[in-house]
Write a protein that binds this ligand. Structure first.
Ligand SMILES: [Zn+2]
Length: 1035
């Protein structure tokens, strides 16, 4: 097979005939053997080839077939051994190999050849786990040059190749010209940077979102004409934010503007020491917060209502403007002044973010001026200070900036001279409509490509029915506009494309059997405008589930199918949804089974790392072309999620896993998939996104957790962003914050909405700085700490081993509580003394040790463990905590006392119970909310009332063995229980299955496994764990 020719520019068809190959001696130019099925009418005869339609013929291609839903068959089997001597035809230049990298897409700042680091870095060197010493604990202080007594080397995330001592502090962004590690990944295929010379003003998002000042767009007021005389108010000004150009009144030069002073006093809430509540005495904590607790005596510290994040100790005027902790949270709400102080506390410093969360209220600003610091590019926010009406001081780098003219007008109050009352300065969470300076290219249409496994195994599961039906149901709800594009690829041992060109009477199937060198037939008709081709799309979705029902093809060419999908999407970017049901067995990306069931229980030598870097490399290619890949794995057997998952992880996609999916044997999974698809297909989506997190000078971000690719030092590349994804970062204190009272953190997410608008969502969090160890402990956010530790433990499991990760988790508790005991407590009392803020720390860490990601001594399947780890990395904190430490409620005696009332619904709020069998009783029914699953355990002597009024059964024995739904009965008990369960489900974007569990149910073991406080075969009880911690702490 000869090499493909250099693509003809513009895909001009002239001269292409000459390149058409001649069939080899084996006969047909098509490798697929006999093409014609009596029941499939071929639209194009073999002799005609595709010349009439396409720029060239496709020797590996079966002619377009009209799908015949009645036939139930399509002939796509490849004949073996046909010698292919044909040269491949050129296709449109934007679709093939080298030209993939020269499209109008963001270029990496430096060609790899100019970057010594990138040039010498072996392509696989970003694999996690290379040559790391097995550490036993985490180092929180950073960089590692700081001497420390902690007994652990630094934890490095594989996501931060650049996350090492080369990191600049957060306010010194590496501009595109700097030599740094930022391009380390380039060589692996994101770009060859053969820039075609076209002049683009900005060639990377790093520059757009805010590298150094010089590299950033000039965003000062572009409307110099806006000069006007000044009065107290301008009633004639237009409302709204739409590119306000205040009416020019007198033509006075701007310099002569004099804004009113005197009566219009400057009233911004001053920020600073005087507005912090004074030291310890005025802590805004509940007095309870100052308690020291002996955990060995007070064993039940779990509150009966959901654990709330601590409120930062700030003046209420500041705190009321602060970012919602659901969006942005710090592990320490009192930031230690120095790294030395942080080191002493032995607590991790980091942020947990849920930046694209669905919000009921979000201020959106359209303004020609987005006010940002000229030095560090921070967006103006509630925590800047106004020196006067014309100047504001950045709260991250302290540079004094001018207030642009336009900003002097407040469209909300319609008053001039109140820049501090602008919505940008009143809202810690805000969204800007971004002008064209924030684009590398015009917003692309929303593009959705679906890639379906249609091998025998896939067909057996029956998943295509569910998925196609969900798509049909939600086709009109896909986020988008009139430009929305959609396409479909199916694959088994070959790859099948579907032409959905407007005007066709039926979809046409095109089969490519050369999986070694995949190419795209008819690129222009495979991703089509959804509106224009809706009927064809619907036809296809109705037909697909039947088309492969009789297939005997067991092979899976997933890798080549992904390559094809990538090529198809490269020009625009978009979202690729891949459905896979087994190990890929053909072509690139082939994987082998490597799970050894008898090693499941041991904590060592399990395969947590990818067995090939193919999926990671392809994900990086996808990321470079703004394609995110979401993986739906529906498989009863081992499918090497450790390798497959990389395709989503590095392309900012998501992984969904439905073990043992089967349309008949596992109806619960079917329901779950349907519900989750509905959310998936209709939820908000952002395209071509980047996210940057900035923090006050002196603090530095060094390790990132989540699904993305670190494009430059600290710019996260997110080809897609979805409202259900969480992120975490670790930080260190690089310079002393002695002169600082407050620090701020700001995340900026730049994305293209499904309507084609460029938008920037900004969250800003403000926290106080403290100088004593006690204050650091008092401000600890135990959930955020546990969440960050879980992320770090996943990295540690991969780079070192599971047992090291477990040890590190335990040591995190021991080290911090030892520090508290030795440095804060004045008199050494017996027992295990903890600050109130950390009273749940040992419990949550124990829960992590028993969580699927990190547990030992069970027969957790490897893919399930890997999936749990993916979830740790990608879930927002609130769901991670539910998965780790479920909420347990007694529900057989629900009452309306203390119930919530939402839209005329009464939702009972039963107290949360400790996770121990001690809390269960045989005469009750208990609901465990473990995030993705709800388990309702019914005791043997449960009151008859509950059985009949809620479960709708006569007696205990008649509870079905498998019961996953509660009947809607006309009883108050039923209404309350269903209201409560529905309410729990509404709180989350995924669909938790409900299992009703009798004493003899096999599911009972799962229920008991979540009883974190109890002893299991291989894990300590909570009390034993406390004793262990106490022993170590008191050493
Ligand atoms: Zn600044």
């Amino acid at each position: 097979m000869s090499q493909p020719g250099i693509p003809a520019s513009g895909g001009a068809p002239t001269g292409l005939q000459a390149q058409n190959g001649t069939p080899s001696a084996s006969g047909s130019p098509y490798t697929n053997g006999p093409v014609q099925n009596a029941r499939i009418s071929s639209q194009v005869s073999m002799s005609q080839g595709y010349n009439s339609q396409l720029p060239g013929s496709y020797p590996h291609l079966i002619p377009a077939k009209t799908l015949n839903p009645v036939s139930g068959q399509s002939n796509y089997g490849g004949s073996q051994g046909s010698e292919q001597t044909l040269s491949r035809p050129p296709v449109a230049s934007n679709l093939v190999t080298s030209s993939i990298y020269s499209g109008p897409v963001p270029q990496m700042p430096l060609p790899a050849s100019q970057n010594p680091v990138a040039a010498t870095m072996p392509s696989g060197s970003f694999l996690p786990g290379a040559n790391l010493p097995p550490p036993l604990n985490w180092q929180y202080n950073y960089p590692p040059t700081v001497s420390q007594t902690n007994h652990c080397p630094p934890a490095t995330s594989q996501l931060t190749v650049s996350g090492n001592t080369n990191l600049t502090t957060n306010h010194q962004y590496v501009s595109s010209g700097d030599i740094s590690l930022q391009n380390s990944f380039i060589k692996s295929g994101i770009t060859s940077n053969t820039n075609n010379g076209s002049m683009v003003v900005h060639n990377s998002y790093d520059e757009i979102e805010g590298g150094g000042f010089l590299a950033t767009p000039q965003l000062t007021n572009k409307n110099p004409k806006m000069s006007r005389s000044v009065g107290y108010s301008y009633p004639s000004l237009p409302p709204g934010y739409q590119n306000i150009t205040p009416p020019s009144a007198t033509g006075m030069p701007p310099s002569s503007l004099n804004y009113p002073s005197g009566p219009q006093a400057f009233t911004q809430t001053p920020l600073g020491a005087n507005h912090l509540t004074t030291s310890m005495s005025g802590l805004s904590l509940h007095p309870e917060g100052l308690r020291v607790i002996n955990l060995l005596q007070e064993r039940n510290m779990l509150p009966s209502t959901p654990v709330q994040p601590p409120v930062p100790n700030l003046h209420e005027d500041i705190q009321k403007l602060n970012c919602n902790p659901e969006l942005f949270r710090c592990t320490l709400t009192n930031i230690p002044q120095t790294q030395a102080l942080l080191n002493k506390a032995k607590l991790p410093l980091g942020l947990l973010l849920h930046p694209f969360k669905d919000l009921l209220q979000l201020p959106v600003v359209t303004s020609s001026t987005i006010v940002r610091c000229r030095s560090c590019r921070t967006y103006i926010n509630p925590f800047v200070s106004f020196l006067d009406q014309r100047r504001w001081k950045c709260n991250l780098c302290y540079r004094v900036n001018d207030v642009p003219e336009e900003f002097m007008y407040n469209p909300l109050t319609r008053v001039y001279g109140e820049p501090h009352r602008r919505p940008e300065v009143q809202n810690a969470t805000i969204e800007f409509m971004a002008p064209s300076e924030y684009m590398l290219r015009p917003p692309q249409p929303p593009v959705y490509l679906f890639v379906f496994d249609v091998s025998h195994n896939a067909v057996e599961t029956g998943y295509l029915n569910s998925v196609c039906q969900s798509l049909l149901d939600n086709l009109d709800l896909l986020p988008g506009n009139t430009r929305t594009k959609i396409g479909f690829i199916t694959f088994d041992s070959t790859i099948h494309f579907y032409s959905l060109q407007e005007g066709l009477s039926q979809p046409q199937m095109l089969i490519v059997s050369d999986i070694e060198d995949v190419f795209i037939p008819m690129p222009e008709n495979l991703l089509v405008n959804l509106n224009e081709s809706k009927e064809l799309v619907q036809d296809l979705l109705k037909t697909l589930p039947q088309m492969f029902t009789k297939t005997l093809e067991t092979q899976s060419a997933l890798g080549p199918a992904l390559q094809a999908a990538f090529k198809l999407m490269s020009p625009t970017g978009g979202r690729m949804s891949v459905f896979q049901t087994q190990l890929p067995t053909l072509g690139v990306g082939t994987l082998k089974p490597r799970e050894e069931p008898n090693q499941r229980s041991s904590a060592k030598e399990i395969h947590l790392t990818p067995s090939t870097d193919f999926y990671k490399k392809l994900a990086l290619d996808c990321s470079g072309q703004q394609v995110a890949v979401d993986l739906f794995l529906l498989s009863g057997q081992y499918s090497d999620l450790a390798s497959l998952g990389c395709i989503s992880r590095y392309s900012a996609g998501s992984v969904y896993y439905y073990p043992s999916y089967h349309h008949q044997h596992n109806p619960v999974q079917v329901q779950k998939l349907q519900k989750e698809l509905q959310r998936y297909l209709t939820r908000k989506i952002g395209f071509e996104a980047v996210m940057r997190i900035r923090c006050t000078k002196g603090l530095s971000i060094h390790t990132f957790h989540g699904n993305f690719f670190v494009r430059s030092t600290d710019l996260l590349s997110l080809p897609n962003v979805n409202p259900d994804a969480g992120y975490a970062v670790q930080m260190s204190v690089e310079e002393s914050l002695t002169d600082t009272q407050l620090v701020s953190f700001q995340s900026a997410l730049l994305y293209t909405s499904s309507k084609g608008e460029r938008r920037i969502r900004v969250h800003t969090l403000c926290l106080p700085v403290v100088s004593t160890l006690n204050e650091v402990f008092l401000g600890a956010d135990v959930q955020a700490i546990s969440g960050l530790l879980a992320n770090m433990a996943v990295d540690r499991s991969v780079t070192s081993s599971l047992s090291d990760a477990r040890d590190a988790l335990v040591n995190a508790v021991i080290d911090s509580l030892s520090a508290y005991r030795s440095s804060v407590l004045s008199n050494q009392q017996p027992g295990l003394m903890v600050p109130f803020s950390l009273r749940l720390f040992p419990l949550f860490v124990l829960a992590l040790l028993k969580q699927k990601s990190f547990q030992t001594g069970t027969n957790a399947r490897l893919d399930e463990r890997i999936f749990a780890m993916c979830q740790v990395k990608n879930q927002p904190l609130v769901y991670l905590m539910l998965t780790t430490h479920p909420n347990l409620y007694r529900v057989d005696d629900l009452s309306d006392e203390g119930a919530l009332n939402i839209n005329d619904r009464t939702i009972p709020q039963p107290p949360i119970l400790q996770l121990s069998v001690e809390k269960l009783s045989r005469d009750g029914a208990f609901l465990m909310d473990a995030g993705s699953v709800l388990m309702l355990w019914v005791g043997k002597n449960c009151a008859q009332n509950f059985l009949s009024q809620v479960l709708g059964v006569q007696n205990y024995a008649s509870i079905p063995q498998t019961m996953t739904d509660l009947p809607e009965l006309d009883t108050p008990e039923s209404a309350r229980t269903i209201a409560f369960i529905s309410w729990l489900r509404e709180q989350r974007p995924f669909f938790p299955i409900l299992y009703v569990i009798r004493d003899e149910s096999p599911m009972k073991a799962n229920f008991l496994q979540n009883m974190v406080e109890d002893r299991t075969e291989s894990a300590l009880s909570y009390y034993e764990f406390l004793l262990h911690i106490q022993q170590q702490v008191n050493k």
